[in-house]
Ligand binder design. Structure first.
Ligand SMILES: *Cc1c(COP(=O)(O)O)cnc(C)c1O
Length: 222
């Protein structure tokens, strides 16, 4: 069996029922995505708009495209028509823009609230206190064309498993707080997107429902 198909099969064996695999295909050619597609994979994650657009144009229409990278407000209009989930809702400004574009497209866009819990300054997202204050403000309730379906986060890039675990537990804890406070009767609020190639097993132990895996499927991106 071809390598990519084999990797998907192997990873799926380690993912329990109730957790979904997002195959992160960024920097990989459409031919690699086709290999994964032929192995049954339907959810793909991309982090750059200029890469997602041609791929979405070329590849089968039943692919669910997830946008996982930092999104500039001026590029929102290109992806709203084609994405099924935006993981990287990382600021109020961005959410407002997504809502505006979605309204124009007469569409409701599924979106995760991205949390910044890792050490690296380069990672984006709401700080936990910032997100709690924003939710408290109730301003998000005006965004009628956004469907908030959960949270997303990344752990610090480290070999310290205890640190990674604590960060995943923080993300899950905030998810639970939001669920209990604002989304109790909103069935669609159920996603916790966390875990990448090197830490997804730990993320699943901590309650991930979506894992975003790239290099373990497609190989190193160098
Ligand atoms: C690239 C990327 C991933 C996948 O990382 P791998 O280490 O290749 O599995 C997951 N999430 C985000 C936000 C990414 O940018």
């Amino acid at each position: 069996m071809a390598k990519i198909a084999q990797n998907i099969l192997d990873i799926n064996k380690t993912i329990p029922h109730g957790v979904e695999l997002v195959a992160v295909s960024k920097y990989n050619p459409a031919s690699s995505i086709t290999e994964a597609y032929d192995a049954g994979q339907r959810i793909f994650g991309e982090s750059r708009v200029q890469e997602l657009l041609p791929k979405a144009e070329l590849l089968p229409k039943d692919i669910e495209w997830h946008f996982i990278g930092h999104l500039q407000t001026n590029k929102v209009k290109y992806i709203v028509p084609i994405v099924s989930l935006i993981h990287s809702g990382d600021s109020e400004k961005l959410l407002v823009e997504i809502n505006k574009v979605a309204q124009k497209c007469d569409k409701k866009v599924n979106c995760l609230l991205q949390l910044h819990v890792a050490e690296e300054e380069t990672k984006s997202g709401f700080l936990p206190q910032e997100l709690l204050a924003y939710m408290e403000s109730d301003r998000w309730r005006d965004l009628k064309n956004i469907n908030i379906v959960g949270v997303m986060g990344m752990a610090t890039y480290t070999t310290n498993q205890q640190k990674i675990r604590l960060e995943f537990e923080t993300i899950k804890g905030i998810y639970t707080t939001l669920k209990d406070t604002y989304f109790v009767d909103r069935e669609e609020f159920k996603e916790c997107s966390m875990g990448m190639s090197h830490d997804y097993k730990l993320a699943i132990e901590c309650g991930a429902t979506l894992v975003r895996i790239g290099s373990s499927i497609f190989g190193d991106r160098y």
